[in-house]
Design a protein around this ligand. Sequence first.
Ligand code: ACO
Length: 338
Amino acid sequence: MPAPSSQPFCTSSIIGTGSYMPEKVLTNEDLSKIVETSDEWITSRTGIKERRIAAPEQATSDLASEAARRAMASAGVTPEEIQLIIVATVTADMFFPSTACFVQKKIGAVNAVCFDISAACSGFLYALQVARHFINTGNRTTALVIGAEKLSSLINWKDRNTCVLFGDGAGAVVIRRADESVDAPGRVLSTVMGTDGTLADVLKVPGGGSACPITPENVSSYPNTIHMEGRETFKHAVTRMLEASQQALKIAGLTAADVSLVIPHQANARIINAIAERLNLPLERVFMNLDKYGNTSAATIPVALDEASKGGRLKKGDVVLLVAFGGGFTWASSVVRW
Ligand code: ACO
């Protein structure tokens, strides 16, 4: 394995993006045959029209590995060049080893150190910040940061409050060290993170861990599925995502007026619209693809970034604001100069 460099005063740049969405589409119409809901309710309350569902034989690491291969191809790097893999997920393949270890095996990144991060929907931005620290301190030069989820494995298909919201998918970026003096494209200018564990019970999968193992007695109450107080989550999401965006912009020495494109966590169009309005940003400068994919938790931002980049929504020099909120509660925001 190559010796980690000790070169200080570095910055991190996103040099490639990739995403993978499973083929199977589950529409609002399909869901209305499973639970008492309608396309009208789901569309008007969330903006979601359909979501992707992974095949039974696909694990989160399979989705993550395909997104990683596509990100490496777009960056022009080989698996051997990857020195760090961080997978952000709440749907790990298993309790251990980490999903990142399975990704390493599947893509052949033999020189990488690998681990997962659990920060729910903020996971990708948490992982980006951790990878950035490894790179900026000179510890590693090239990293894969992946957000990947098979949320269909955590859904109670009898609970209309949650089953209509989530989907499966994966997105990845390759980040690489750049000299501070070089104006490298894709440079991560700032990242802020926050947590409020006093609200940990508002959005959770309560069972299956050490606090509440699954037993024959409790399995019928679906402890191993997503439980969420939707309105409470909504309220905090708007406030925290707004605060985090403003802080990340301030650290980068920018204002909302400088932002070319906001890529927010894709949970609910009403949350996104509320944030855009408070930042005084027209909707043309706000990326949304939740109509196609629903909420894929840690995957939403890297998937959207990949689609924005490959779809011609980003040009060199653009200021991109990434912002997320999720269970924990956790939140994070990052500013990138494309
Ligand atoms: N179809 C039809 N009716 C429904 C459905 C459905 N799928 N789901 C709920 N309802 C009903 C409720 O039962 C309720 O009926 P009632 O008034 O008779 O009791 C009514 O609709 C209103 O329910 P609310 O929960 O108040 O609806 P709300 O407008 O708040 O929308 C939603 C619910 C979409 C969940 C919203 O609160 C939301 O998006 N919250 C935030 C979710 C989020 O951002 N999560 C991010 C993090 S996810 C993570 O970290 C993994």
